[in-house]
Design a protein around this ligand. Structure first.
Ligand code: ZN
Ligand code: ZN
Ligand code: FE
Length: 761
């Protein structure tokens, strides 16, 4: 029978994800001989055997690839002569500096490992640090590359003979699983109360008892600490809020399984599968009417239609939730308000000691921080709010190759990006750089990412805002700098992840960003690509009394927008009664004198003004609270059915007056806030859709990109996507990155590369 020898070069995420053992077992199953090895270009495979079996191997190589791998390219070549192989072998991988090694992200416990920790006959029964090639910590335990145990926080744990034999056996699921461990040789768990280690037989049982008693538990997780309370215990949730100074921002919940989730949220197939993915993100799901007793405490996510839910993603989480009666824990990041989450036991003792009643600790070091990722499903597609644990640092593939770039991102919700070849490595969530710890984490992330990618770009992209800490950091480096306009970066980030060709219209609805003309931009209609853009239109600029201070007090913005719409003298006639107690006079005065009142075209501020004009949300306790809760009052159906407000003929300078006057009128007429929200959303969607159409006619471009923090509003995003399609335009929204500032660094990097030419330096 005819024999064949075939060589493969497989590119993508194929290293550190169990790809070589998969190839080994597949070759054995197909009765093929040959060899597999890791090289700088990817995984190289040579197989030899019967033609039909080589063909079957070829098919299954892609179809059955391991869950954590992502094959981007497969090059095949049939060899003229048959070589001499004895069986199939895995060649020891060698590290060549400057290679394209990809660092895998952390993955949730796989079903096989779950079986292990639940099986009374298994030596890993109840063991909180069980993992294998298909699951477990990666990015968070890696100190440096190559990804080998001695360079991870598992270095201090010597494998016992049993673990070692698993580690060395290519037929074993734990072949080269770097964090492989068992109760004999691996990390251990303990509970600390009042600084004392509790010498209980079972720290898990003791921890569960604490939670059941309504206590606050700090839990050392995968990418940092969580603060946890029983989600069914309202007193406990309130106490957590009080101690963490987190008055009203919604909290996320971890539930034991999908069935438990359906007790308080409704979920469709796409949502269930997103929840169950190995990346295990927090998924925002529509709350349903609670079923059964001991359901969700009402203080978990007040004022929201959705609840953030995640499934357990470490064996420790599984073991805790299985033992907990309610099967649901509030899990919020273990930090002091704006600081990054705690990593080390000592940090947790100092910083969380006053919040938590007990700490559940272990002796496996967390080397890198990774916050939980936050997503939802919108129109059957992923919709990111935060791309972090599980996703970062898996690269986003872009269209062009070119010089390496470091992009340092914005000020808030900072992430950084290293662009290397056709891969953009967007870091995990770093946070708000005005916080000192976050700024330290920012610098650390830059050196880490450059270190593991073995890439120190000579070009740095940064925001044009001179006051951003990221900008100032960039200016201190002796590199070529490329300043990038904030909203241009928003637009290009979306174009890059879609590998879009040609130019696009960008509808960038945002909070704030430094404009080319010195004003604050944030409601922009742009046209262009990575090479450049024109500002085709924007919301009419309005003064922001007190600058950024207005963001925390939306009523100030409301006063200014009203003054702009009806004139200073009439403001008081149009304000709702609740404003009687507010210092409206002084705000009008600083506006009159122009003291610290920069102009802004921000769409976020328009949301603030409309929300605050209803008399609700005069203050914001967390970022964009007014906008988020205004949205939560309505539904896509109500918005479609709503009567839009009158607005002038389409123009690319979008007036704010129609929104402001109509809102104030509706409030005076006693229209319910729900209806005001529906009409506002409807009018905004119509306004933006016709502006896009106008810009498309003017420029001849029909691809429309939607981005900016305001587009985290699912009603606006979903409604506008539909409206643009209905107009025959080609709308694109972010799918792999968030619409907010979390993707700015990606846009910056791609723009800087375009600015520096496509030739590799
Ligand atoms: Zn596993
Ligand atoms: Zn062991
Ligand atoms: Fe932004």
């Amino acid at each position: 029978m005819a024999k064949l020898r075939r060589r493969f070069l497989v590119g993508g995420i194929v290293q550190g994800v169990g790809f070589r053992p998969f190839v080994f077992n597949l070759a054995e199953a197909e009765n093929l001989v040959g060899v597999v090895s890791n090289t700088s270009a990817g995984v190289v495979i040579e197989v030899q055997g019967l033609v039909a079996q080589v063909e079957s191997f070829t098919r299954r190589l892609e179809d059955d690839a391991p869950p954590l791998s992502r094959i981007v390219s497969v090059q095949k070549e049939d060899m003229p002569s048959l070589g001499e192989f004895e069986g199939f072998s895995i060649e020891k991988s060698r590290h060549t500096p400057g290679t394209n090694t990809l660092i895998p992200a952390d993955m949730a416990t796989c079903p096989d490992c779950l079986d292990d920790i639940r099986d009374p006959g298994n030596r890993r029964l109840g063991y909180a640090f069980t993992n294998c090639t298909n699951c477990g910590p990666r990015w968070t335990i890696i100190d440096r590359i190559p990804y080998d145990r001695p360079f991870t926080s598992m270095a201090s744990f010597e494998m016992c003979p049993q673990c070692l034999s698993e580690y060395e056996d290519p037929r074993n699921r734990r072949f080269h699983a770097q964090p492989n461990a068992c109760p004999e040789c691996g990390p251990q768990l303990w509970l600390e109360v009042g600084g004392q280690r509790l010498e209980k037989a079972d720290s898990l049982d003791a921890a569960v008892q604490f939670l059941q008693d309504g206590k606050i538990l700090a839990i050392k997780g995968l990418g940092g600490f969580h603060l946890a309370v029983d989600a069914g215990n309202d007193d406990a949730v309130q106490r957590l809020r009080k101690r963490k100074f987190r008055e009203s921002k919604p909290l996320a919940v971890m539930v034991s399984n999908l069935e438990k989730a359906s007790c308080f949220v409704s979920l469709d197939k796409a949502e269930a599968s997103l929840l169950s993915r190995p990346e295990a993100p927090i998924v925002l799901l529509a709350k349903s009417t609670p079923r059964g007793a001991n359901c969700l405490a009402s203080s978990v996510a007040p004022g929201h239609q959705r609840l953030g839910v995640m499934l357990p993603y470490t064996p420790l989480h599984h073991l805790l939730l299985e033992r907990l009666e309610t099967g649901a824990l509030v899990m919020t990041s273990g930090n002091n308000s704006d600081e990054p989450i705690c990593l080390s036991n000592d940090e947790a003792r100092t910083k969380l000691g006053t919040i938590a009643d007990a700490l559940l600790l272990h002796d496996r070091k967390i080397i890198r921080r990774a916050d939980d990722s936050v997503m939802q499903i919108l129109q059957d597609q992923p919709f990111f709010f935060r791309r972090s644990r599980g996703f970062a640092p898996v690269p986003i593939f872009v269209r062009d190759d070119g010089p390496d770039i470091l992009a340092v991102g914005p000020e808030l919700k900072n992430t950084i990006c290293v662009l290397k070849n056709d891969r953009a490595f967007l870091s995990p969530h770093i946070g708000d750089l005005e916080n000192l710890q976050a700024f330290e984490f920012f610098q650390e992330t830059i050196s880490t990412l450059q270190g593991v990618l073995e890439c120190t770009p000579a070009i740095i992209a940064h925001d044009k805002h001179p006051g951003y800490f990221s900008t100032q950091w960039a200016q201190k480096q002796s590199c070529r700098l490329v300043p990038v306009q904030h909203h241009h970066a928003h637009m290009v980030a979306v174009m890059a992840e879609h590998q879009l060709e040609g130019q696009a219209i960008g509808l960038i609805m945002d909070g704030t960003g430094y404009g080319e003309d010195g004003t604050i931009w944030g409601g922009e209609i742009l046209a262009g690509d990575a090479k450049g853009f024109t500002r085709e239109g924007h919301f009419e600029p309005v003064a922001l009394p007190g600058g950024d201070a207005a963001i925390k007090a939306p009523w100030r913005t409301a006063v200014s927008y009203l003054r702009h719409a009806v004139g200073a003298d009439s403001v008081k006639d149009w304000l709702p009664g609740t404003y009687a107690d507010l210092a409206v006079g002084p705000v009008l005065e600083i506006l009159e004198k122009g003291i610290n009142s920069p102009l802004t075209s921000s769409c976020g501020r328009l949301f603030d003004a409309v929300a605050a004009l209803t008399g609700l949300w005069t203050e914001a306790h967390y970022e964009a609270q007014a906008a988020i809760e205004l949205m939560a009052l309505t539904t896509p159906e109500a918005v479609r059915a709503a009567q839009p407000w009158d607005r002038p003929e389409s123009s690319l300078i979008l007036p704010v007056r129609p929104f402001i006057v109509a809102t104030a009128e509706a409030v005076i007429q006693g229209v319910a806030p729900q209806e005001i929200s529906a009409r506002f959303h409807r009018t905004l969607i119509d306004t933006l859709a016709s502006a896009a159409q106008l810009a498309a006619q003017k420029t001849g471009i029909n691809q429309v990109v939607l981005a900016g923090g305001v587009f985290q509003n699912e009603i606006l995003m979903g409604g506008l996507m539909d409206a643009l399609s209905a107009l025959g335009l080609h709308p694109l929204r972010p799918l792999q990155t968030p619409a907010n500032d979390g993707s700015i660094a990606l846009g910056q990097a791609v723009i800087a590369r375009a600015a520096c030419g496509l030739q590799k330096t």
